[in-house]
Design a protein around this ligand. Structure first.
Ligand SMILES: NC(=O)c1ccc[n+]([C@@H]2O[C@H](COP(=O)([O-])OP(=O)(O)OC[C@H]3O[C@@H](n4cnc5c(N)ncnc54)[C@H](O)[C@@H]3O)[C@@H](O)[C@H]2O)c1
Ligand SMILES: N[C@H](CO)Cc1c[nH]c[nH+]1
Ligand SMILES: [Zn+2]
Length: 428
């Protein structure tokens, strides 16, 4: 972890750069993958599974027998934990339902807006370095609440061609049956363009490594929607002297262990606290099974000391972290000032891991500074909001003349005529 003591504000922008490759550096490779999938469909998916996942596949689809065999492999203890998470995530996302509110903008003119589920959705569940069944809960639950008609799940196969048993169990729990054995840019291409067996979808959801994220960004150019760029995980922790250095270190490592291109950032208001956290990180990282991955992420990571908590928060707003932990004595006041972050964890007893798994909030969040302009996944991500209006004859009589005048002023006479014709009939 590189450290910076009291950097001038002019230096902050450089410090907030992420370690991930830029989209234009990945574009050529991803485009080659797109071409292969468009030309050769499932055969290309099988070829790329061999190349990237070292898997020999006879079919790209999970069979019902594979699901049935996976369900008993998951322990009762894990099933109960998944159930707890399921209930919390479901409650939080169900509460996001918007009631249909009718507004009579003037007598006889009524408008309303209704949310309708996006019909065909693709859910990408990362599986390269860890099988993230929790991501399936985060995407599958809101997809179902929203009423999405067709749900296709894609996740990379293991080297033996299988899909992780807990991912299959979670799909079974959610009632999702179409599970594609594909990862990386090839999975995104299959969902976007379709193949002879994979139906093309309207919107692709889910986090992934930089190849997945680049592919998702590129398919938006061919009319497929995406949730957001949700790439390598990151966390920024603001810690004052009330924070326990061991807690802070554990939170930093929880995101560093995701992948070598993850980044974690510590912002403190004292050099002493920075040193204590660094010592705790060194001690804890040595105990981790994923030590090598976490250490690579730490090489990309930074610790910054600033003059005040207000400055720390200003730094965080500029960085726009995926996760922000306010490990401070008075998190409420600071939280009020957050303008750019994916999800915020307040106080000393809100570790980021609880949001990753079970508190109820969605863990699919914008990374790489996209928290500036994107929200994390929510029920909203899975619906379109369709507006309606209904006018009575009296309503059209009231509003019609204004519309005629405006249409005339824009030189759009057919628009005016659609009103004039009806007004003529009403007045006759
Ligand atoms: N932002 C979020 O909300 C969020 C949530 C969960 C996970 N994540 C992130 O998701 C990522 C998961 O990454 P992962 O790698 O474990 O799984 P992944 O499923 O995203 O990627 C694995 C696939 O990447 C492809 N791939 C690997 N190396 C490649 C190469 N050199 N060229 C082209 N394609 C290649 C392969 O096809 C492989 O199947 C992590 O970075 C994690 O931090 C983010
Ligand atoms: N921290 C990840 C989002 O960046 C989500 C996750 C899944 N499992 C564990 N963590
Ligand atoms: Zn995580």
């Amino acid at each position: 972890m590189r450290t910076y003591l009291y950097p001038a504000q002019a230096e902050w922008a450089a410090l907030t750069q992420r370690p991930v490759q830029k989209l234009d550096q990945l574009r050529a490779g991803v485009q080659q993958t797109f071409d292969l999938i468009q030309q050769r469909g499932d055969a290309a998916l099988i070829e790329l599974a061999a190349k990237f996942d070292k898997a020999t596949l006879s079919s790209v689809w999970v069979t019902p027998e594979e699901v049935a065999a996976a369900v008993p492999k998951v322990t009762e203890e894990l099933k109960s934990a998944i159930e707890l998470a399921y209930n919390n995530i479901r409650q939080f996302h169900e509460a996001q339902h918007e009631p249909v509110l009718q507004v009579e903008t003037m007598p006889g003119v009524t408008c309303w807006r209704k949310s309708v589920g996006i019909q065909k959705v693709g859910l990408y569940i990362p599986g390269g370095s860890a099988p993230l069944f929790s991501t399936l809960l985060m995407l599958g639950i809101p997809a179902q609440i929203a009423g999405c008609r067709d749900i296709i799940l894609a996740t990379p196969p293991s080297a033996d061609g299988s899909i992780n048993a807990t991912i299959l169990y979670t799909a079974h729990r959610l009632g999702i049956t179409r599970i594609l054995k594909a990862g990386g840019a090839q999975a995104v291409a299959a969902l976007a363009f379709g193949t002879e067996t994979v139906p093309a979808v309207d919107k692709i959801f889910g986090p992934g490594n930089q190849y997945v994220t680049a592919a998702k960004q590129m398919v938006t150019q061919v009319g497929v929607a995406i949730d957001m760029p949700a790439g390598p995980s990151e966390v920024l922790v603001i810690a004052d002297d009330s924070a326990d250095p061991a807690f802070v270190a554990a939170d930093l490592l929880s995101q560093a262990e995701h992948g070598p291109d993850s980044q974690v950032v510590l912002v403190t208001v004292s050099e002493n606290q920075l040193q204590k956290v660094q010592a705790a990180v060194a001690e804890q990282v040595a105990q981790l099974p994923r030590q090598a991955v976490a250490e690579q992420a730490l090489d990309n990571s930074i610790g910054v000391v600033v003059d005040s908590l207000e400055e720390a928060l200003a730094f965080s707003n500029l960085y726009a972290p995926e996760h922000l932990i306010l490990s401070v004595a008075q998190p409420e006041a600071l939280a009020e000032q957050v303008t750019q972050a994916g999800s915020v964890f307040m106080g000393h007893f809100s570790p980021e891991s609880v949001g990753d798994y079970a508190s109820g909030t969605n863990h699919t969040l914008p990374t790489n500074g996209y928290a500036r302009n994107y929200s994390g996944v929510s029920l909203d991500s899975f619906v379109k909001k369709i507006t309606f209006q209904h006018l009575t004859r009296a309503g059209l009589e009231r509003i019609g003349p204004a519309v005629e005048i405006m249409a005339e002023a824009e030189g759009l006479h057919a628009h005016k005529h659609a009103v004039t014709l009806r007004l003529g009939k009403i007045r006759r």
